[in-house]
Design a protein around this ligand. Structure first.
Ligand SMILES: Nc1ncnc2c1ncn2[C@@H]1O[C@H](COP(=O)(O)OP(=O)(O)OP(=O)(O)O)[C@@H](O)[C@H]1O
Length: 209
């Protein structure tokens, strides 16, 4: 279980969030919402252990993440920018990514097919569209066994079919007892019965305008 306890963060003399607490159980998702600049990416980076809050603590199965010996291995974090080597083909990118992950059981061809890149396997990623490059980055969701996924705007640049594929993958992950924390402006992609929403807006100076 992941527990965030009384997290606070200020940036550039502005309080982004204060006293934010939540807990996330296996099989459940957290949808982080808020307008541009509300602090969603900052919150996700803190949850992923890439930055520290001004105050508060995050615990993984009862242990502070800074002390946990398995938090980072339990986590898959995908940031805003597609982590794709543009000189490599989708197949080569996936071979590289699969070496980083613990699960090599899924075939690279099957994953490329699942993310809709069949027919583009050997084209340098730099010659693919933004949405196709995003699909390469999202292939990690098919490679990873990590129980906790933290995803920053994963739907950016994706078409309807790719979004539907991701929706199915999210559901499978949650059904398997995984956890998901995600920012997206398309909340319908998450199964409502197991999703809690956290809105970072209360401290936004423009919130009432
Ligand atoms: N490293 C940093 N140093 C200083 N200020 C920062 C830093 N990172 C973010 N900020 C500021 O914190 C605020 C929140 O940024 P953040 O990227 O977390 O927002 P967001 O809700 O993810 O926005 P968006 O929806 O546009 O992606 C912004 O005003 C940003 O300028």
């Amino acid at each position: 279980m992941l527990e965030a306890r009384r997290l606070s963060l200020a940036r550039q003399s502005r309080q982004l969030f204060s006293d934010v607490s939540f807990s996330l159980e296996p099989g459940h998702a957290l949808l982080l919402q808020g307008r541009n600049g509300a602090g969603k990416t900052s919150m996700l980076r803190i949850l992923a252990g890439l930055a520290r809050p001004d105050e508060g603590q995050i615990c993984w199965n009862g242990t502070a993440i800074s002390q946990s010996d398995n938090y980072l291995q339990s986590l898959l974090y995908l940031g805003h920018h597609a982590a794709v080597n543009t000189e490599l083909s989708p197949t080569e990118n996936l071979r590289y990514l699969s070496a980083l992950h613990d699960d090599d059981s899924a075939s690279i061809d099957d994953i490329l097919c699942a993310v809709g890149l069949a027919g583009y396997e050997d084209v340098p990623a730099g010659q693919l569209s933004a949405g196709q490059q995003r699909r390469i980055a999202l292939s990690r969701l098919w490679l990873s066994n990590s129980p906790l996924w933290i995803l920053d705007e994963p739907l950016t640049a994706l078409d309807v079919k790719a979004v539907a594929g991701l929706e199915r993958r999210f559901k499978q992950h949650l059904d398997d007892g995984g956890m998901l924390i995600v920012t997206t402006h398309q909340p319908a992609i998450l199964p409502e019965s197991v999703t809690q929403r956290l809105e970072l807006a209360a401290l936004d100076p423009e919130a009432d305008s």
